[in-house]
Structure formats: structure tokens, C-alpha cells
Design a protein around this ligand. Structure first.
Ligand SMILES: Nc1ncnc2c1ncn2[C@@H]1O[C@H](COP(=O)(O)OP(=O)(O)OP(=O)(O)O)[C@@H](O)[C@H]1O
Ligand SMILES: [Mg+2]
Length: 256
């Protein structure tokens, strides 16, 4: 049996994170996958030739998991993350997110779901430099259409969750790299996404900072009703994952 099946948490109510936004489309039951990827292939046309990057990927993500993707540079991790987050569509195969067929939907429909229900963290922190930590997080609530009356409490609790309660009014250049990445995490979870995709979130951090970020991730999985899927090259942080998928040349090998 695969590790993710053993570690699959018992269904539970979303009591800690408060009422969720009204979602459009069918909801997945608690023991159904949050995200289901089946026989996914992605090819690109490069100079008239077809470059096969993903060659048949199967993956299920369940609620409240911390999942890692590892693999050499160029193996296809970011390409897969883009598909999982609805930023791109597969050449072949199916992707269902909370029961919604991302592989069939156009960009506008996927964008709507993404804005409300998926958070992204990139290797470089993607904060707006002129806004404070507080304002950066607030912006993501505004973009997701969360009602203004909820902003203050939610921004404050997200920044406290990542350990930046005392740095809320600093702007990015007044924060360390690890602190900036923690603001990016607060920003990505503020609108209560059910899926958080993080592409090499610790790549620019030293090992101590990387370990701190992983503690924050574990805390978020425990406290918020969210599944985190991240890519990494760092073997030392993989032990905190519920499951590690290893990608080699566009397919998964073994199981971690
Ligand atoms: N839009 C694109 N057009 C053509 N080729 C692409 C495109 N996107 C990715 N590729 C190719 O697909 C392969 C996989 O890229 P991808 O970014 O998914 O790798 P990765 O595993 O994330 O690598 P890294 O660890 O360096 O981030 C690479 O060879 C890349 O050149
Ligand atoms: Mg990549």
C-alpha cells in the first residue's frame, strides 16, 4: 500500500479555519481526492519537433497532506505543478480538482477556481516591494473577493501563524529572506485555499531557515484545512513529508 493511503487523515469538519468561501461546482467528499491526476502527458512544440516532458503521471492528493515532488532539474516538476494549479492544461489525460475537470475547462473558468481555492508560492518571493507584509497579505484577500470586514483578523492570524506577528508593518526590503518567504506563505494561505502549491520554496534559504519554513508548513497542514504539494531538491527536508514522489524524465519512479 502506498504511503499516502496509510497517512490519509480521517475526514473531519473544517472547524479550525472557520467557514469556507462558497465554492462553485461539485464538492469532493472528505475521503475523495482533492486533486486527481490520471495518465497525464504534456508535450511542447519546440522548433517544429515535439518535446515530451510528462509521459504518464498518476497522482492523488487528499485533504491535509504534505506531499513533495523531487527530481533532477528538467525532469518536469514545474510543468506538473502548473497543470495541478490550472495554469496550464495537459496534452493527454485528466485532472480533476475538487471534482472539476481542469483538463476540459477554459482558462477563465480555471482562473476563477484558482483565485478562490488554490495558493501558490514560488522560489522568489513574489511580494510587492512597496507594500508592507500586512498589505501584501491583505491584497490576496481583496483579489479573492473576501469581504472587507474579515481582512484584519485574517491577515493578523496568518502573519502570526508564520511567526511574523511583530513584523507586520515591515516592507519586504526590511525583512530577511526567510521572513519574506514566510510573508509569501501567509499571502498564499490567507484566502483559505484547499491546495497550496509551492515550487522550491526553500531553494534560496539556508538549512536552518528551510527547516523553519517546513515547520510552518506542518503547522499550516495541522491548523488549516489545506494540502501542500511542494517541489524540492533538498533531501534533508523530505522526511517531514507524508509522501515523496520522485520524478525521473517525466514519470514517477519508486515511492518514498
Ligand atoms: N513552455 C515550454 N516550452 C518548451 N519546453 C518547455 C516548456 N516548459 C518546460 N519545458 C521543458 O520541459 C522540461 C521540464 O521543465 P520543468 O521546468 O518542468 O523542469 P523542473 O523539473 O521543474 O526543473 P528544475 O528543477 O530545474 O526547476 C525542460 O526540459 C524544459 O526545457
Ligand atoms: Mg522547476
Amino acid at each position: 500500500m502506498l504511503a499516502w493511503m496509510r497517512r490519509r487523515p480521517a475526514p473531519e469538519a473544517d472547524g479550525v479555519s472557520g467557514p469556507r468561501e462558497e465554492k462553485t461546482g461539485p464538492e469532493a467528499a472528505a475521503d475523495e481526492p482533492l486533486l486527481s491526476v490520471r495518465s497525464v502527458e504534456r508535450s511542447f512544440d519546440v522548433g517544429g519537433a515535439k518535446l515530451r516532458v510528462l509521459k504518464g503521471i498518476d497522482l492523488d492528493l487528499y485533504p491535509k497532506q504534505l506531499i513533495m515532488l523531487r527530481g533532477r532539474s528538467g525532469s518536469g516538476k514545474t510543468t506538473l505543478m502548473n497543470l495541478m494549479g490550472g495554469l496550464d492544461t495537459p496534452t493527454k489525460g485528466t485532472i480533476h480538482f475538487r471534482g472539476r475537470p481542469f483538463h476540459e475547462w477554459n482558462d477563465d473558468r480555471r482562473t476563477e477556481v484558482r483565485r478562490r481555492d488554490i495558493g501558490f508560492i514560488f522560489q522568489a518571493y513574489a511580494l510587492l516591494p512597496l507594500l508592507s507584509a500586512y498589505e501584501n497579505v491583505e491584497l490576496s484577500l481583496r483579489m479573492a473577493g473576501v469581504s472587507r470586514s474579515e481582512w484584519k483578523a485574517r491577515v493578523t492570524s496568518c502573519l502570526e501563524l508564520v511567526g511574523l506577528g511583530k513584523r507586520m508593518h515591515h516592507r519586504p526590503f526590511e525583512l530577511s529572506g526567510g521572513e519574506q518567504q514566510r510573508v509569501a506563505i501567509a499571502k498564499a494561505i490567507a484566502h483559505r485555499p484547499s491546495l497550496l502549491l509551492a515550487d522550491e520554496p526553500t531553494a534560496e534559504l539556508d538549512s536552518q531557515m528551510a527547516a523553519q519554513i517546513m515547520n510552518v508548513f506542518r503547522e499550516i497542514v495541522a491548523r488549516e484545512n489545506v494540502t501542500i504539494c511542494m517541489t524540492t531538491h533538498d533531501p534533508t527536508i523530505m522526511e517531514v513529508a507524508d509522501h515523496v514522489y520522485e520524478m525521473v524524465d517525466g514519470v514517477f519512479v519508486g515511492s518514498g
